[in-house]
Structures are given as structure tokens and as C-alpha cells.
Write a protein that binds this ligand. Sequence first.
Ligand SMILES: Cc1ncc(COP(=O)(O)O)c(C=O)c1O
Length: 437
Amino acid sequence: MADLAIKGGPKTVPDGAIQPWPWITEEDKRAVMDALERATPWRYPYEEITALEAEWAAFVGMKHALACNSGTASLHMCVAAAGVGPGDEVLVPAFTFLASASCVLHSNGIPIFVDIEPETCTIDPGKIEERITDRTKAIVAVDIHGVPCFYDEIHEIAARHGLYVIEDGAQAHGSVYKGRQVGALGHMAGCSLNGSKNLSALAEGGLFTTDDDRLAELAGRVRMFGEVVRPGERRQYNAYMMGWNYRTDPLQAAFARSQLRRLPEMTAARQRNCEHLTARIKDLPSIRVQQIPPDRTHSYFFYPFRVQPYKDGIDVPVWAFRDALAECLQAEGVPAQRWQPHLVPEQTLFQFRDAYGKGCPWSCPFARPGIVYDGAEYPEAQRLVEEALYIGHSTGGLGPPNDIQLMDLYADAFEKVLADHGDELLALAREKAQAAG
Ligand SMILES: Cc1ncc(COP(=O)(O)O)c(C=O)c1O
């Protein structure tokens, strides 16, 4: 039996075995070069941008798509189009990336957090209603890791309380919930095209979608200085409302269009890879792989797994076992690591509650007084933060051209660390716990 790599043994996954993301082909390069040929003179919108919008709208099955320069911008377009303003509250899962909540602050609204359902890690519909007040305007439903939320339940609650459902699909392009694509699961959706994402514009970008003409018009104003811009009409240079410059550029749009053509194929490859990995590691001791309901698919932006030594009666702090496992897997060449080390409501911004100075927007006279954020109110999200390790993002090797051969190497490394050298792993975890006192 080979020694652990962390103890000087051979590495299971050789250097150079992982192909990075995004996967760039000759076709992508040609698409960008062709757009560059047509890029001058400056004009807005470029044909590449309107074509991306039409193609994304058709792909997800929504009437309108608006391309913008980040996922965060697309979410802010949703929040602003929903009419969220000073003192309005928006429900957001306690476990997500910051932008799902900061998009609310961008409109002077107040994020109110909700715990997650532990298996899908998405907002728990059973805990939404207790957070609704007379100021609540919307729910941001985040398809975290690549898994769609419980949309039937969320829409039912939203309809009863007159709320907008805003889908944050930043991590889940290509996933499907009950036959509908991510990007079409809320009244509005925002998706990121950041370079780590399953669909990317190479570096940065975003896509807003809706079926509603009025919301699309409002989001379009937010994207462009608050102005109304209609195809074929002369620009008026008149701001009707507060707006930003969230426009994107044609080279990014060209890259995203080229990638979108391969999205179904790339999603299927991720699913094949991750399902193969799951089949090989699911019965190993002290970890638990994710199981999602059969009514939705997982597009595996991330492959999260939980570290649970307690389920095998091992009495060691979870964090110590988790960190020891991550170090051993990394030494073997598996890029397993933590993602968010804090819940969003535990981040400094929310603990100090000062976004714009002078405590705004929490100190605004329209805001409900006394809003504070206590991580202990979200026990399932806390447990996820403590237990989860991740493979994924731009160097995780989940997407093509990586294939199940790489997954087999990953699985071999998991077996080596967890099964063959379980005693040494536990000893490392105990050392960590002891060192921490
Ligand atoms: C869940 C989630 N929402 C929003 C965003 C924001 O997207 P962007 O980085 O494109 O602004 C991200 C991406 O980083 C994300 O993971």
C-alpha cells in the first residue's frame, strides 16, 4: 500500500492532469476574432449582444433576456425592477455568495436571511413565512452549487404574500427543475457569466431574464443610466430613474454565444463526471455525498460533499477532520477545499450594518428598526459551512475536456486517504484539534 502523499508517498493525481475552466476551443477563438473584426465603430447594442440575448431567452424559455456586465448587475436589475427601495425587505438564503444579498443593498433594501434545506442546500421553503413582514417585497432563490430551489413551494408562498421571486441562477446554467431551465424559474432571474461559471463570457458578464414586458423595460433602464433605449429610436439622453452602466461588450458576448452552443454537451459531461465520482466515493467512511430530489437536475458548478466523522462514531471535531482530509486530498492532487467560510449574515458588512455610511440603509427612517443578524438563527447553513468541502470552480476539473478518467484518479485518492489510511487521517485530525486546544 502506497504512503499518503502528505507523508512523502506518490501523488495519486499527477501534475497537469486537470484541464482548467473555461474550456476554450478553436470555435470560441474564431467567434471572438470575428466579433473583433466587426467591433468598430462603437455602438450599442452590438449585434453580438442582441444575438446572445435572443439565444439565451430561447434556451431558457423566457420572453426577454438582457445581457449585462456581471451576475451581480443582473441580480441588481431584478431587485431594482421589482421596485425594492429604502426599508423594503428581501428574503435571501443565509448560505450563498455575497452578491445574492448585496444586490438588495444596492437598491437600499434590507436583506433578511432564511435558513437552508440541508439536502439541496437551497432556501428552506418551510422557513420562509416566519421571516415575511409587511415590508417584504421579494425572495431571492439561489440555485446554489448547481441545484434548483423548491420553486413550486416558493411560488406558492410568494403568490399568497404578493412577492416577487428572483432566481439567482449564477451557479446553475443548464440545470432543469420540473422540465424548466434555470433562468426561467422566477418572475425574473439573474445569471453570472463569470469565467468560473458553467456558461461564461470568458471573464465577466451576466444575463437577466423575465417573461414580463414591464419588468424587462425597467431592468433595461437600470442597465443603462436610467434611460429608455428602444431599437431604431434616437437616444434621448434623459434618465427616467436611477440607473447604472451595466452594459457588456461584444467580445464577451461572442465568447458566451459560442459557449452557449455547447452548454448542453458541457453540462452532460459534468453530470457524467460527477455521477461517476459519486458512484465511486459514496460508500466511503466519514463523508456524505449530496442527494438531490428526482424532480430536478444538478449542473455541478460545485461538487460539494460533507465531512461527517461522527456518523462512524469517530469522536473528533468536524473542523479538524475536515481540514486534515482537505490537506491529504490536496497532497494527492485532488483540488478539494472549503468555499464560503462564513454565512453571509455573519460577514462584517452585516455585523456592522453600515453599507453607505451612517449606518445606511439599516438606519434609514423607512427601515424596520432593530434588525440584527445572528448566525445561530441558521443552524443548517452553519452545519454546511462546518462540514462542506468542495471540488469545482475553475480549477476543479469537473467540466470537459476532463472526463471520467480524471474522476477515477480523484476516487482513487479518496479511497487511499479515507479507506486505506483512515487511521493516519484520524491521527492528523486529532493533532489539529490538540494544537487548537
Ligand atoms: C450564487 C451567486 N450569485 C451571484 C454571483 C455574482 O456573479 P458575478 O461574480 O458575475 O457578479 C455569483 C458569482 O460569483 C454567485 O456564485
